[in-house]
Design a protein around this ligand. Structure first.
Ligand SMILES: Nc1ncnc2c1ncn2[C@@H]1O[C@H](COP(=O)(O)OP(=O)(O)OP(=O)(O)O)[C@@H](O)[C@H]1O
Length: 263
């Protein structure tokens, strides 16, 4: 029988094997394995400080790893150069504040990885407009990002990631601090991307409105993977719209694997 892992077509889009990372001399990732296959939507869940952001930041090379192997589209991360194939939405910060950039300028910066010699051409400007349209921000194109609400700002960061028309989207808590209207726009945008074949790795605190999109959940605790499989049901139900909290303990009688995964 042919081992599908040896078939180039089924090479995972993201693969981490035994990845360890230390931050400030403290072990934050303690040997994690994570695989995201073509077209999959994988949620990385876990309590505060469990290592979710560190894991995705190690994938895009923002965190140095102490051991293990990371591959992107089958290539060792150290040798990977096709960064236009990857769209990254960082955990929302106040990065925009004080920066006198317009919405279009911010989104255009996400297209530079595709632009030849760093010059945006007609097709690039069209891709930027498409990305703005996708997140419903075309009418704010000329506004300074400083003038936007938190949810609108997040939409702009997502448009920036989409501007390079990436095959892999990595998002760190895209729904955090985002108003309901923007959450719906983001869920819709993500649905569109997924229906067009995008592969998605999402850091989430709770599944929330993205729950129907999630194929698999990987749960971290103290820098280790404690669950890799179907999204934890108990958590999912509580994370549906109308539930803005996650119970620290699963109800009595719940399957052990689902108990307190996020606590
Ligand atoms: N630059 C750093 N230096 C030292 N420790 C760090 C640094 N960045 C993160 N940490 C620590 O590493 C641990 C994991 O952080 P990380 O941000 O990956 O967790 P997380 O699961 O994404 O948490 P959250 O849900 O709060 O974002 C935390 O204890 C955090 O305090």
């Amino acid at each position: 029988m042919i081992d599908p892992s040896e078939d180039g077509m089924t090479e995972p889009v993201v693969s981490l094997r035994g990845v360890r990372a230390d931050l400030g001399s403290r072990p934050v990732l303690r040997g994690i394995d994570l695989t995201v296959r073509h077209g999959e939507v994988v949620a990385l869940l876990g309590a505060n400080g469990s290592g979710k952001s560190t894991a995705v930041r190690s994938v895009i090379g923002q965190v140095q790893t102490a051991a293990g192997e990371i591959r992107l589209f089958g290539t060792d991360r150290g040798r990977f150069r096709d960064w236009h194939r990857v769209g990254y939405v960082p955990q929302r910060t106040t990065a925009a504040s004080g920066v006198p950039a317009t919405v279009t300028e911010v989104v255009s910066s996400g297209r530079l990885s595709r632009a030849r010699f760093g010059v945006l051409r007609k097709a690039d400007h069209a891709a930027v407009r498409r990305a703005l349209d996708l997140v419903g921000m075309a009418d704010r194109a000329k506004d300074p990002v400083d003038a936007l609400s938190g949810g609108q700002h997040q939409r702009v960061l997502i448009a920036r990631a989409l501007a390079s028309e990436p095959e892999l989207l990595i998002m760190d808590e895209p729904m955090a601090g985002v108003d309901l209207a923007s959450q719906e726009v983001l869920a819709h945008t993500l649905r569109e991307q997924v229906s067009q074949g995008a592969t998605v790795l999402l850091v989430l605190h709770e599944l929330g409105p993205l729950e129907p999109l999630i194929d698999r959940a990987v749960v971290l605790r103290d820098g280790c993977v404690v669950h890799d499989g179907p999204p934890p049901k108990a958590v999912g139900q509580h994370a549906l719209p109308g539930h803005d909290h996650v119970h620290p303990h699963a109800p009595a009688g719940a399957e052990p694997i689902r108990t307190g995964l996020l606590s």
